[in-house]
Design a protein around this ligand. Structure first.
Ligand SMILES: [Zn+2]
Length: 98
């Protein structure tokens, strides 16, 4: 599930990304972000640097036990999420309210 959240976060910043599992064959020109499986790959090489920073920022985000409610579907999300895991809506509005 976490890999899908990373992809959603990347696409939120207009970086198309794909999820590959360990057995998938990567296309030429793709660059893997992580060594953990499954892997998140950017579609365009020119997005790699920016995408890597976004993933790095995501990975560095401290774990917070607090939760915030999605403004769209009201599902509870960890406070460090930028996007609702359930419906994909941005959580910034909820962050500002708390
Ligand atoms: Zn939601």
């Amino acid at each position: 599930m976490e890999a899908q959240i990373i992809i959603d976060t990347l696409e939120y910043d207009y970086i198309p990304a794909r999820l590959f599992n360990v057995h998938a064959q990567g296309g030429q020109g793709d660059i893997p972000f992580t060594h953990a499986y499954p892997e998140v790959w950017v579609v365009r090489d020119e997005d790699y640097t920016r995408g890597r920073e976004i993933v790095h920022r995501y990975e560095k985000t401290p774990i917070d036990t607090g939760v915030i409610s999605c403004p769209t579907c009201h599902e509870e999300n960890p406070r460090n999420f930028q996007l609702c895991w359930k419906c994909g809506s941005g959580l910034e509005v909820a962050l500002y309210k708390t």
